[in-house]
Design a protein around this ligand. Structure first.
Ligand code: ADP
Length: 485
């Protein structure tokens, strides 16, 4: 399928309501990770175009925030409807540039759209407060106001939903946005911008800029006009951006790396646990920050779980995502593949057994076999570094206290999962896990209504839900005095 023939294909940046090239006229190449062929190019923008985008957003801000909440809500609603109407084409664009199976891409478009729908409704519910003042002639009033120009830097693993999850709440409360999508997956972002244009967002409220990440990132994180930076990506880059944002004391949201424990207790429904482990580990070929990275199984059920899990893994069909039968696509690039290889080799050297997979796939290119490792030792790299690939390391454990300690022994604190039918244990473990999100008897927890986010080195702030909107608001307190005269 030729991406260029799709009607939502755009190969220019969207700034101030116009589709533009880089000043230098230079482009960057975008490849299909399954075929490794070039599918198109996007402008290689830098500092000057970023300044233009930021200033366009600044100009759009007064008019956008002055609109009534209902007006903003209506435009967001229109955007949501257009995304749903164009779901198939958006999913195709995503699969071609990102590689994920088309069914997953369709799911991501629905998921991404759900943020636009949810925040189109929440736009009308930005409530303030009144607080009794200790003096009788005074009143305390609390207002919530949009923070200002928002920058969003997004990753390639969820090319559409990471944009809507950031931009929908920002736009809902009155903030214009400048989006810098990952260079591997810019077409999903530009297609969303095309639909935003059709939905009627005023010029400058949504800007998408492609190009050199470090140069654009530098401007977005140091410009005094940008009042909030929302980033999803690696902990390494997040830390750099946090430092840069300190120079202008911006608000920040950071959705960074994760290293999710997935615990199966001996009272669990093992079949359900296998379903959850498959979803959590192998969705998006293991390239999600909430992926199960360490699967801890209690002694008594260890062998039964492994047997059923390996059988489920053997049924995954690896291939090009546009094939409806495929359930596991390519990895994003050679670099990611090399990391997976390194983790598997290291784990095996440390004593792990390859139960299934364990090598590059015969399809070649960026394909790796879905892999299960058993008997993984705590010192193996895979136990503490994020793998971001289709490898499931399984560990055996004895009791609850031990596994909570093992699970918490990580600098990360994003998602965690466990399976149990014992209500006392469910409370104890859910409260004991040092993670921002805990899935109990489920391997999927992300939804627009819930606060997504991590603790420790997994990030700052929350996305989705009423909490996700607070991150784009400033609190203003007004003290009215002299009211008894
Ligand atoms: P990943 O490992 O998932 O690719 P990265 O953190 O490298 O995660 O990338 C996430 C996003 O951050 C992408 O949009 C990428 O282009 C951008 N990015 C990478 N390096 C920088 C940087 N130095 N400054 C700003 N953005 C960056």
């Amino acid at each position: 399928m030729d991406i260029k023939k799709l009607k939502l294909y755009r190969d220019k940046c969207y700034i101030n309501g116009e589709w533009i090239n880089a000043n230098s006229k230079e482009n960057i190449s975008v490849n299909n990770p399954a075929s490794l062929e070039e599918i198109g190019t996007v402008p290689k923008c830098g500092k000057d175009e970023t300044i233009l985008a930021i200033e366009s957003a600044q100009k759009a801000f007064p008019e956008w925030k002055a609109k009534s909440a209902r007006e903003r809500s209506n435009i967001l609603r229109k955007w949501f409807e257009l995304i749903i109407k164009n779901q198939e084409e958006l999913a195709q664009i995503m699969t071609i540039e990102q590689g994920k199976p088309i069914k997953e891409a369709r799911g991501e478009i629905t998921y991404g759209a759900s943020f636009v729908e949810w925040f189109s409704e929440e736009a009308k519910r930005v409530y303030g407060d009144t607080i009794p003042d200790p003096m009788t002639d005074r009143r305390i009033i609390v207002l919530k106001q949009p923070v200002g120009v928002v920058a969003a830097i997004t990753p390639w693993n969820f090319p559409s939903s990471m944009i809507t999850r950031k931009c929908a709440p920002a736009l809902a409360v009155g903030c214009p946005v400048v989006i810098k999508p990952a260079s591997q997956t810019p077409f999903s972002a530009l297609a969303l911008a095309a639909l935003a244009e059709e939905a009627g967002f005023p010029k400058g409220t949504i800007n998408v800029i492609t190009g050199k990440a470090s140069e654009i990132g530098e401007e977005l994180s140091t410009s005094p006009i940008v009042r909030k930076l929302s980033f999803t990506g690696s902990t390494e880059v997040g830390k750099i951006l946090l430092q840069k944002c300190s120079s202008t004391v911006k608000k920040v949201s950071m959705e960074l790396g994760g290293h999710a424990p997935f615990i199966v207790f001996d009272d669990a429904d093992i079949n359900e646990a296998v379903v959850g482990a498959m979803q959590s580990k192998f969705r998006n070929t293991g390239q999600t920050c909430v992926c199960a990275n360490r699967i801890y199984v209690q002694e008594k059920v260890h062998d039964e779980f492994c047997e059923k899990f390996i059988e489920a893994v053997s049924k995954l069909k690896v291939g090009e995502g546009l094939d409806e039968e495929v359930s596991s696509g390519p990895m994003i690039d050679e670099h990611s593949l090399a990391k997976v290889e390194e983790h598997v080799e290291d784990a095996v050297q440390m004593g792990a057994k390859v139960a299934i997979g364990g090598a590059r796939h015969s399809l070649g290119k960026n394909f790796y076999q879905p892999t299960v490792l058993t008997g993984v030792t705590p010192k193996a790299k895979i136990t503490f570094e994020e793998t971001f690939g289709p490898v499931a390391p399984v560990y055996k454990f004895k009791d609850e206290k031990e596994v909570i300690e093992l699970a918490n022994n990580s600098p990360y604190g994003l998602a965690s999962y466990f399976y149990s039918r014992d209500i006392g244990r469910i409370w104890r473990v859910a409260e004991g896990l040092e993670y921002g999100m805990v899935g109990v008897n489920t391997g999927l927890t992300s939804k627009a209504e819930a606060p997504f986010g991590g603790i420790k080195e997994s990030g700052l702030g929350r996305e989705g839900s009423k909490y996700g909107m607070e991150d784009f608001l400033e609190i203003k307190y007004i003290n009215m005095s002299g009211l008894d005269k």
